[in-house]
Design a protein around this ligand. Structure first.
Ligand SMILES: Nc1ncnc2c1ncn2[C@@H]1O[C@H](COP(=O)(O)OP(=O)(O)OP(=O)(O)O)[C@@H](O)[C@H]1O
Ligand SMILES: [Mg+2]
Length: 504
């Protein structure tokens, strides 16, 4: 097959950061070409150049034999290129249909938009995903996963030749991921070329025809995904060294959880929402929550931090009933919450990383009335080192960091408060496989220091490697709990599917 998209000696600098260094490879028409690399490797930068959002510093791109001279989104769009961004970019106060066809050409002869036809086309795309939303629904009424799907559908509706997907599945649950894989296969059958970025290697092995690995802005190689290619091989190419053993293993360290209950929820219920949620978190424990989409886990994560109210129920911190369940009250009692959506999670995208990291500690880092910039910097640098955040300086703004490095920054901000209890929603969303282990180890260090952690995750291997206990939710209730030693994919899944086998 002929090369369809050639990337020739592409380089791109952002100030002193070399995001891409002389990268060359080519993409064949109609293939699914996966891009793999650690956080900050240059994946997003590469496809932003293909989509015309960024111009290369040097080098060129050749599409179908023609060198691209005009790097602009309009030109890319005219060449049939569409892209789904790493961060959600939906228009929240518009309808689903308007988001799917934002540049829609459903004009009737009189120049009016043919709304019926637009809705019908949107509906048929939605139906491919088998999700229960209507084209006339407002975007802000959808879950994050659903919003992500709408963004993917917009791309599918616009991309005639090449579709670029930057971590499309990071906000999706297993069912939705399966649907997306089907859609990608269908696109491929129609001859559409797909460039696919993901940190989930199993997805890449499933859907990719070939895989290109980037490391530190350098091109490492392009590999055909056949039976002789293994996950470990890809990962070691990605990190530049051999990795021993398995990536995730069940947590082997002995639990250090004590009998002391530090956080207890009693009978949280809400009409048309969750029913009878009760559980207790012990000091030194990592307690997991797992449930399929619609099981209620997301609601529970919000309720226990006061982001959503319950009709009935009580929350006790170290045996003391909390009078008003609000984020403020919880934070001042030493509870922190790490959101699953970076955009609305308190990251000041346009303020230096330094300010972001110091934000929760302004009092501690001040001398009297004055903020001590020196103390602030050393505080910020401590976390940047601890989490290996790839950042040119503490003055860089988060908007310019790679997705995974933004996530690590959020984690650091949360830690800066010295919390006693942390509630984490999807701790390693967008984090590369190597750094995932680092974050897991970090969480296990925290409990050694006496902290207690509640983790909501859609990735079972993550729960298996972290938790002392996993609460399994189905149909808006806690269906059962699985204890460490007994925690396995099968046990958790059986519970989540609502079968008696997984119940406690
Ligand atoms: N606008 C920008 N200004 C400054 N630096 C930038 C900008 N965009 C990207 N970078 C830097 O370029 C490097 C490559 O970033 P890129 O977003 O391409 O990484 P990535 O491979 O997509 O990583 P991730 O898996 O974390 O999303 C990173 O060090 C990043 O901080
Ligand atoms: Mg990226």
């Amino acid at each position: 097959m002929a090369d369809f998209l050639e990337i020739r000696n592409l380089s791109k600098n952002y100030g002193i950061v070399q995001a891409l260094k002389n990268v060359s490879f080519s993409i064949v028409k109609g293939e699914v070409h996966a891009l793999l690399g650690e956080n900050g490797a240059g994946k997003s930068t590469l496809i932003k150049i293909i989509s015309g959002e960024e111009a290369p510093g040097s080098g060129s791109i050749v599409i179908d034999g023609k060198e691209v001279r005009d790097f602009s989104p309009a030109h890319a769009m005219a060449s049939g290129i569409a892209m789904v961004h790493q961060e959600l970019a939906v228009f929240e106060n518009m309808t689903v249909g308007d988001n799917i066809f934002p540049y829609a050409n459903f004009l009737s002869p009189g120049g009016f938009i043919n709304q019926r036809r637009a809705d019908r086309e949107a509906k048929s795309l939605i139906d491919m995903f088998g999700i229960n939303i209507s084209p006339r629904q407002k975007m802000d009424s959808l879950t994050m996963g659903q919003q992500q799907i709408v963004e993917i559908l917009r791309c599918v509706s616009a991309g005639k030749e090449i579709i670029l997907l930057d971590e499309p599945t990071s906000g999706l649950n297993q069912e939705e991921v399966k649907k997306l894989m089907e859609i990608i296969r269908r696109l491929k059958n129609q001859g559409i070329t797909v460039v696919y970025i993901s940190h989930r290697i199993d997805e890449i092995m499933d859907i990719g025809d070939r895989v290109t690995v980037l490391r530190d802005g350098n091109y490492v190689g392009t590999y055909v995904n056949n039976s002789s290619l293994t996950e470990m091989e890809l990962i070691s190419r990605m990190v530049g060294r051999e990795l021993s053993g398995t990536l995730y293993s069940a947590r082997t360290e002995d639990g250090i959880a004590t009998e002391e209950v530090v956080f207890e929820v009693k009978n949280f219920s809400k009409k048309n929402s969750v029913t009878d949620i009760s559980f207790a978190l012990h000091k030194g424990e990592v307690l997991g929550f797992f449930g399929l989409e619609g099981s209620g886990t997301n609601t529970v994560s919000r309720m226990i931090f006061g982001l959503e109210s319950a009709d009935t129920g009580e929350l006790y911190l170290k045996g003391q009933k909390l009078k008003k369940i609000s984020p403020d009250a919880l934070v001042s009692s030493g509870v922190m919450y790490l959101n699953n959506n970076r955009k609305n999670a308190g990251l000041l995208l346009n303020s230096p990383a330094l300010d972001n990291l110091a934000m929760p500690l302004l009092k501690e880092l001040s001398d009297g009335f004055f903020v001590n910039r020196g103390k602030m910097s050393s505080h910020a640098e401590k976390y940047i080192n601890e989490f290996n955040i790839v950042i040119p300086s503490v003055f860089q703004i988060p908007r310019n960091l790679s997705g995974g490095n933004q996530q690590k920054l959020m984690f650091s901000i949360c830690m800066g408060k010295n919390p006693e209890i942390i509630i984490i929603n999807e701790p390693t969303r967008g984090i590369d496989v190597g750094a995932k282990g680092e974050i897991h180890r970090f969480i296990l260090e925290l409990i050694k220091k006496g902290l207690s952690v509640i983790v909501f995750s859609s990735e079972m291997p993550e729960l298996i490697s972290l938790c002392d206990r996993v609460m399994v939710m189905a149909k808006n209730r806690i269906f059962g709990e699985v204890l460490k030693g007994d925690i396995s994919q099968e046990k958790i899944m059986a519970g989540a599917a609502g079968s008696a086998a997984g119940g406690a």
